[in-house]
Write a protein that binds this ligand. Structure first.
Ligand SMILES: Nc1ncnc2c1ncn2[C@@H]1O[C@H](COP(=O)(O)OP(=O)(O)OP(=O)(O)O)[C@@H](O)[C@H]1O
Length: 293
């Protein structure tokens, strides 16, 4: 009888900007390392958007306790949503343009080191969030960041360079909406972020003190700032000190209802969403995901 699979590895072949030959090399490395650490591994490449969710759900049904994902925050989201509130733990090999969750968790950015870490890691519980019924593990939000996510999704090529160019162009065409949070007027906001992890990716820390296992989300408002403050805000974002800015306000929440004067352009872990109506709810699911750390 064949030994039972006890590790599923999910690879998004489109994530990131590594050439295919290097990704093939990584696949071989994962197989060798899994073997070295005495796992019976199955390695599957995603064939379409949403495939990772199906694969991860099957793994849970089969009683597989470790699912390793090689991809960006989008593929991690697709995988992790099937692992929420199960005994199956997620291992992360960051391969995206931002890698916000992996960076928040302090995981190695070097893929080989990340593989070794995940395969030898211990399962640790973290929180996750939901924007309406859309799960997220890193950040979800409205306003400028959502506008960028929608513009980025239209680009033929992904990667960091495209992201920077899209963000720059989006800044000049963006029209902020006004928001009400739990019935209180927040006025016009540049962005409104529900942060489970503290950063969007690439060490852009929107919620510098976010704790991913505190049973709360950090709801961060960035007010409208004059154009001459852009570089200061950018500096503080990447220096992990945006919470010192007069334009930033944050609080810890378990749930919040948000209304907007504009269409509810949103994102969950960078994936663009258009929410129905003009009101949405964001909530935390405390201790809902096991990650290998
Ligand atoms: N074979 C596939 N064909 C088309 N789309 C796919 C395939 N496999 C996965 N996807 C989709 O690709 C999307 C983007 O992937 P992912 O986020 O991992 O990479 P990325 O865009 O390079 O990284 P980041 O999210 O950091 O920008 C995922 O949301 C997933 O739905």
């Amino acid at each position: 009888m064949m030994p039972k699979t006890d590790l599923l590895v999910i690879i998004n072949p489109l994530s990131g900007t590594l050439p295919p030959v290097q990704k093939e090399g990584l696949r071989a490395f994962i197989a060798a390392e899994a073997d070295r650490q005495a796992y019976q591994a199955e390695i599957v490449t995603t064939a379409y958007a949403g495939h990772a969710t199906q694969l991860a759900a099957q793994a849970v049904q089969q009683g597989i306790r470790r699912v390793l994902v090689m991809g960006g925050d989008g593929t991690i989201n697709e995988t992790a949503r099937a692992l929420r509130r199960t005994a199956t733990a997620l291992g992360i090999v960051p391969m995206g343009s931002g890698n916000g969750l992996a960076r928040h968790l302090g995981l190695p950015m070097n893929p080989q080191k990340a593989v070794v870490r995940a395969l030898g890691g211990k399962p640790v519980l973290i929180d996750s969030g939901e924007l309406n019924d859309h799960p997220f593990f890193c950040t979800a939000g409205l306003g400028f960041e959502a506008y960028v996510a929608h513009e980025f999704a239209k680009q033929p090529v992904r990667g960091l360079q495209t992201y920077i160019r899209t963000t720059y162009q989006a800044f000049w065409s963006y029209k902020p909406a006004e928001y009400t949070i739990d019935g209180e007027k927040a006025g016009a906001l540049f962005s409104l972020t529900a942060a489970n992890a503290g950063q969007f990716g690439n060490n852009a820390w929107i919620a510098p003190t976010a704790n991913i296992a505190d049973g709360k989300l950090d709801l961060c408002q960035l007010g409208i700032f004059p154009t001459h403050m852009v570089s200061m805000i950018g500096w503080q974002l990447f220096r992990k000190s945006l919470n010192r800015s007069a334009y930033w306000a944050g609080r810890r929440i378990q749930e919040a209802t948000i209304q907007s004067t504009g269409p509810l352009l949103a994102h969950a872990d960078g994936e663009p969403l258009l929410l129905p109506g003009n009101s949405c709810t964001v909530r935390v699911l405390p201790g809902s995901l096991l990650v290998l750390l």
